[in-house]
Ligand binder design. Sequence first.
Ligand code: DQA
Length: 139
Amino acid sequence: MNIQIINGPNLNLLGVREKSIYGNTDFESYLTDLKQHYTDINITYYQSNVEGEIINKLHEVGFTYDGIVLNAGAYTHTSIAIADAIAAINTPVIEVHISNVHKREEFRHKSMLAASCRGVIAGFGLHSYRLGVESFLLK
Ligand code: DQA
């Protein structure tokens, strides 16, 4: 099974950025643990701060991979272009968030992407990604 994790803007700063919200762990360390947990799954990782690059990655993997776990960061709340890309591809996408966006500012309550995704996971810290991967193992 091939699963692509995609992180959007500012998520390259996990472990540095707003630690009280996003925690102390950088994503690469978390990813190492995640890969060790799922040795049977090929988990690949991509991060970009650029909207079009996230779209290009969705196009690249979205016709061959089994699943995509996407944290589009703030683009979640703004990007019709990413929503269209999710709708255009065949691979199911799970929208994930580290924080519980519904507990936060009102502008984070609205997702432009959720309606095009298979499901949404929010509020479990970095384990939101693991729950996203796990969802592709459900039968
Ligand atoms: C986030 C929530 C977004 O509102 C925010 O812009 C992010 C991170 C999360 O993982 O909690 O960059 O997607």
